[in-house]
Design a protein. Structure first.
Length: 164
């Protein structure tokens, strides 16, 4: 059984989840950024992670799934600055699942990740009030994903490994 953990992470939050998943996988495994992955051939299972950007999958995540994941066993992990129980977030996550429609989706995980200072400042200058209010919410995201979320990610990885 050979497992890949592949991720795209602009500010390091999704990478923290990727590391947590990677460390709890047993057996033959590799941890790579998207840019280092040519194809998913040769892996029995791939954990694929990226952030939510503008209410849907990061373009890099969508592209990666559409180009490489067809017919492959895939488990997704997603980070977003909004709290997990925020209204409307289900639609953003559904778009991530849609991008993986050609794959065999064997697991799905999402959690909050910190909104970086730089991005928050950028958003607060936006003309769109929705974007501005989003930027203002940085303080409540600081320190995420915290240890409890990383533990959930480890448990998720073990559950998927047990299933596949
Ligand atoms: C341009 C941009 C747009 C974003 N849009 C959203 C969004 O619509 N909803 C959300 O919850 N988080 C949004 N975020 C926040 C990121 O999803 C969050 O901070 C994530 O944990 C960052 O992961 P990374 O460090 O791995 O890139 C956005 C971030 C950026 C940079």
């Amino acid at each position: 059984m050979k497992t890949l953990v592949a991720y795209f992470s602009q500010t390091g939050q999704t990478k923290k989840v990727a590391d947590a998943i990677y460390e709890s996988i047993e057996g033959d495994k590799e941890l790579k950024e998207f840019s280092e992955v040519e194809s998913l051939e040769g892996y029995d299972l791939s954990f694929i992670g990226f952030p939510i950007i503008a209410f849907g999958p990061a373009a890099q995540g969508k592209e990666f799934l559409e180009q490489k994941a067809a017919g492959k066993k895939v488990a997704l992990f997603i980070t977003h600055a909004a709290p997990e129980d925020q209204e409307g977030i289900g639609a953003w996550l559904d778009k991530c699942k849609e991008a993986a429609a050609g794959a065999e989706l064997v697991g799905f995980f999402d959690c909050q990740g910190e909104l970086s200072e730089q991005i928050a400042e950028f958003l607060m200058k936006n003309e769109d009030p929705t974007m501005r209010s989003f930027g203002e919410r940085r303080p409540e995201t600081i320190g995420q994903p915290d240890e409890s979320r990383l533990q959930r990610a480890r448990d998720f990885a073990k559950e998927v490994m047990g299933k596949v």
